[in-house]
Write a protein that binds this ligand. Sequence first.
Ligand code: DX5
Ligand code: ZN
Length: 221
Amino acid sequence: MKYLAPSLLAADFSKLGEETLLITEAGADFLHVDVMDGHFVPNISFGAGVMKSLNSLETAPYDVHLMIEDPDLYIEDFLTEKTEFIVVHQEACRHLHRTISHIKSLGVKAGVSLNPATPVELLTEILPFLDLVLVMSVNPGFGGQKFIPETLNKVRKLKDLRNSMGLDFLIEMDGGITEFNLEEVLEAGVDMVVAGSAIFKGNRKATENQVKKFKGIMDRR
Ligand code: DX5
Ligand code: ZN
């Protein structure tokens, strides 16, 4: 099973409720919630309050991507009935096992994200504790950047590690994914695809079509 998680960063924030309902109805599996603090990444997006404003709507569950320093201080803020995954960055956590255990103790799934320059080998000891690994295919901080194809090797390595260690975490990829490179992303072994600017197109019909196009390609796998 392959999952699609459109990134809200590319949505029209003045119509966030409308946009999230639209992509959910069109077939999105998760809402990818990009939280940026202006420290871990050179950009500020939005916080838990904005995410929670969607709680009363019947949207897909949340996949929360915390691009923030000291994520331990904020994890509870992102806990809602619709929160399925909380993903922290390896580079932002000094005590990663503690952070992951904390997330899981709250009853949500835990993931770790890797910047393009961070090797997957740094996760070997923590993999048995993870529900998901997020491989960044751009340097985090902005939507609409160019895909870094070399990061696909990290997906292949993770897939091999998952097999050899007998684990079942999901492999997610985020950044610069479009309908034109989606096939190679899936071919490398990605289970969960994040896409922002390739999904939200500024008008209802085009956005709906993009979700359906992505899901169509993914369901053929
Ligand atoms: C980048 C974010 C991504 C981004 C994806 O820092 O983590 O989720 O919004 O956007 P696109 O698909 O436009 O690269
Ligand atoms: Zn993201």
